[in-house]
Design a binder for this molecule. Structure first.
Ligand code: ZN
Ligand code: ZN
Length: 138
């Protein structure tokens, strides 16, 4: 699916800047922060501001085009993979990995805990990633 279609599908008007940000998100499934997206795009888009990138990503998240992650208490991260999955953050290098196993996660549409309607499910795991574990062994 193209960035253009994803934005339209989520009721986001696809401006050139929004398209560039969405395309970056689709090409980089590394859960970038607004700062990282800004740093990557600002060279080719000199009129882009950090605030615009942040507000655009917030808008995408509010409309369901991306996920907003609050796993890192110093940063907000964004994810173009909106399928339900859990996240693991390495406390050593700060990288965020996807956990696609559905253990402990139920489909949100099936989930109506005590009569409440659940719209979002966030599962965050933290620890040391395999790369950092290997470095520590050497
Ligand atoms: Zn690590
Ligand atoms: Zn993810």
């Amino acid at each position: 699916m193209k960035a253009y279609d994803i934005l339209l599908e989520h009721q986001v008007k696809p401006s050139a800047q929004r398209l560039a940000i969405m395309e970056y998100m689709m090409d980089h499934k590394t859960h970038p922060s607004a700062e990282e997206v800004y740093a990557a795009l600002s060279e080719s888009m000199p009129t882009l501001s950090k605030t615009t990138v942040y507000n655009t990503l917030r808008l995408f998240a509010e409309n369901g085009a991306v996920l907003m992650l609050t796993i890192d208490d110093k940063n907000v991260n964004f994810d173009a993979d909106t399928s339900q999955h859990a996240h693991f953050m390495c406390k050593c290098c700060g990288k965020i990995f996807d956990f696609h196993s559905q253990v402990g996660l139920r489909k949100q549409k099936e989930l109506r805990e005590e009569g409440h309607q659940v719209d979002e499910v966030h599962a965050y795991y933290k620890g040391t990633c395999k790369n950092c574990l290997n470095i520590n062994i050497d």
